[in-house]
Design a protein around this ligand. Structure first.
Ligand code: NDP
Length: 407
């Protein structure tokens, strides 16, 4: 990674910041006080999951072999089945803390016993040439350590969002990728999703005129749970909670639709008393951004309200409305100008999963640039840290051009 102190704000939007997070305030996780990591690994197969019964299709020559680390809900329900749609990626190994699940999933996906690893035997993957890349689908608090282990084993890394719990962890991951000379991509699937890509293009073409306001909300009501039962409410594994997990889609959308990085951030974060779900994390976070152009963004996320998945961009000439905006499918995109409303159907959202796999494969094979690199994940963690700093201090936080906090 090169250090470019002359980097423009727009370039930062595209690739994320690179400078060290000097003087960074404590992260959302640290802000919530001491915690522990009580969550046990090795959960059984998720309820109602159907594993494939047919062997995987033969992969094409040049396809990149992936190991999947963490056989949880997202890996098993969304990611692993979508390898069948990939042109350039296939599954060659599995890593899990649950031997029975490892066996069942290995058989279903045609992964031989010698390519099924436990967390303890993971280092042996270095000697498996069929594995060129590792897809980390673990709880967020484990991303940094496992990315470092994967790079140490000489593998490329696809890492689920959010990249990690802090900008310091992100910097460690980027440094490890550079030391190993291996690629690091963050699985920001919306960059490969047709509705979101069409929205980016419309905004670049100034379809709403001069942008004035972006509003995003990513909320749902979480059922009863506690940190020992669910890593998403454990500070050590999830950080501050809904912002890192779900609100990050709205944060991303505000950046890729505006094409700007905020220069001022204010925020509030709320944690109710006596609710075991929020013993360690926030229930909701709301933040307001000021962009250098004068446009504003309001980004709201909650684990404790009726569900909504929404992105809107309003300008001098119209509005772009997505509802839902960032789900796996069923998205809508409307362009409203005056009394006119145009509903757009730019493509099948399903392609986002294989699209991101093929994207990393192309970067590995042809050296093409990754549009969601580690630097983008780092930028987003810096913004998350600024949001928590603003919420804790009750003051507006001023940002440098690399998304670090000024002063
Ligand atoms: P799950 O809890 O369903 O799965 C996580 C898996 O990680 C577990 O099944 C387990 O696998 C493994 N694991 C290892 N150590 C632990 C631990 N201490 N506590 C809990 N699990 C552990 O989570 P998800 O699949 O929902 O999320 C995993 C990642 O994917 C997260 O980073 C999340 O943000 C991301 N995600 C991304 C989405 C997207 O749309 N891009 C959507 C949903 C999640 P095993 O039993 O095999 O050891």
């Amino acid at each position: 990674m090169t250090q470019d102190h002359g980097i423009t704000r727009r370039r930062l939007i595209e690739v994320g910041g690179t400078a060290a997070a000097a003087g960074l305030v404590m992260s959302g996780a640290a802000a919530l006080g001491p915690s522990r990591n009580p969550v046990a690994t090795g959960q059984p197969l998720p309820d109602g999951l159907t594993l494939p019964t047919a062997p995987p299709r033969a992969h094409l020559p040049g396809s990149v072999g992936f190991a999947i680390i963490g056989l949880g809900d997202y890996a098993l329900r969304q990611i692993m089945p979508r390898f069948a749609q990939s042109e350039r990626a296939h599954i060659t190994a599995l890593v899990s803390g649950n031997p029975a699940k490892l066996r069942a999933v290995g058989e279903a996906y045609g992964v031989p016993p010698e390519a099924r690893y436990s967390y303890d035997s993971f280092a042996e993957i270095a000697a498996n040439p069929a594995v060129e890349a590792v897809y980390i689908v673990l709880p967020t608090g484990l991303h940094a350590a496992w990315a470092e282990r994967a790079f140490a084993a000489g593998k490329h890394v696809m890492c689920e969002k959010p990249m990690a719990l802090s900008s310091a962890e992100c910097e460690r991951m980027i440094a490890a990728s550079q030391r190993a000379n291996r690629k690091l991509m963050i699985a920001y699937r919306c960059h490969f999703e047709p509705y979101n890509r069409a929205a980016m293009e419309l905004m670049r073409d100034r379809a709403v005129g001069d942008l004035r306001l972006i509003r995003t909300e990513h909320s749902y009501r979480m059922g009863p749970t506690t940190p020992p039962q669910n890593w998403r409410v454990s500070r050590a594994l999830a950080g501050g909670g809904p912002l890192e997990d779900y609100g990050i889609y709205g944060l991303q959308a505000a950046l890729y639709l505006s094409g700007e990085l905020p220069d001022r951030i204010s925020a509030s974060a709320y944690r109710p008393a006596n609710d075991p779900r929020f013993a360690e994390i926030y229930a909701h976070v709301a933040t307001q951004w000021h962009f250098p152009s004068g446009a504003a963004a309001q980004i709201v996320t909650s684990y404790a309200s009726a569900g909504l998945n929404m992105v809107e961009a309003r300008g001098t000439g119209g509005a772009l409305v997505m509802r839902p905006a960032t789900n796996y499918g069923g998205l809508t995109l409307a362009l409203e100008t005056g009394r006119d409303r145009r509903d757009l159907t730019p493509g099948d959202s399903e392609v986002q999963f294989a699209g991101q796999l093929d994207h990393l494969a192309s970067a590995i094979r042809e050296g093409t640039a990754i549009i969601t690199p580690g630097e983008m994940g780092l930028r987003d963690l810096r913004l998350i840290e600024a949001i928590y700093a603003a919420a804790q201090s009750g003051r507006t936080v001023i940002l440098n051009a690399d998304a670090t906090i000024a002063g």
